[in-house]
Design a binder for this molecule. Sequence first.
Ligand SMILES: NC(=O)c1ccc[n+]([C@@H]2O[C@H](COP(=O)([O-])OP(=O)(O)OC[C@H]3O[C@@H](n4cnc5c(N)ncnc54)[C@H](O)[C@@H]3O)[C@@H](O)[C@H]2O)c1
Length: 260
Amino acid sequence: MNRVDGKVAIVSGGARGIGGESARRLAEHGAKVIIGDVLDAEGTATATAIRDAGGEATFVHLDVTKAAAWENAVALAVKNYGGVDILLNNAGAYITKPILETTQEDFALLVAVNLEGVFLGTKICAPEMIRRAQTAAVGSAIVNISSVAGLVGSRNSPVYSMTKGGVRLFTKSTALEFAKRRVRCNSVHPGLIDTPMGNLAMTRAGTGNNEMRELFAKSHPIGRIGEPRDIAAAVVFLSSDDAAFITGAEFAVDGGVTAQ
Ligand SMILES: NC(=O)c1ccc[n+]([C@@H]2O[C@H](COP(=O)([O-])OP(=O)(O)OC[C@H]3O[C@@H](n4cnc5c(N)ncnc54)[C@H](O)[C@@H]3O)[C@@H](O)[C@H]2O)c1
């Protein structure tokens, strides 16, 4: 039996990148997936590709900063698939500017998507996840995508780092609040991953793209930057019943960056 077989997952920011790959992996392992994103065309294409490969997926327009959009996503999960067992809070915004150049608008955007989005997703999905958990073998699971910048400070992206540090501790508080109600919650802290956001980080940090890739690869002790599948594998594990005794934990999936 697959580890998330028959479970229902909501993946925020699931149109592409880490969220897209996590949605594919969860579906491959037997989960039914609601893909929520502001990118309608890419999200619809990702859901269609999952269905074409024999999986179950539905796209819904979801702006994580809007409570009504989360309520709509939960209602769709209940209507189409019977409930919610897994929430992947993955949608994220990234701005790389030093403190002295960061505007209040930059700050507000990062806080809205990276912090308020995770708070709203958790608050609005939790009642349905708790309900489902009471009759499940193990229970429900929330996985929050933070960053290595949520474990250590960031020279280039200080406010991004501030929000991701918030996600790290909110994960632990969520784990404590819901532990007895059979909902686990853990955070994943990716190193540099080859996605549109990862590429933005590399181009902002330097000039020539190939040169920058080499430099970033060298900064990861394993000798390469990460792929979305590296993060998706951790997401599937933490979402699954194999992780039944893991809650409030932080998982660096970073090729050894934060081991230094
Ligand atoms: N790529 C990296 O190097 C890296 C490293 C550490 C952490 N992360 C984190 O991983 C997560 C996924 O990032 P990614 O690299 O796949 O980036 P990405 O830009 O490829 O994907 C992010 C997704 O989130 C969606 N999104 C943005 N704002 C949204 C909103 N308001 N509502 C709903 N969806 C929204 C985007 O449309 C996009 O589909 C983010 O939380 C990011 O901070 C990425």
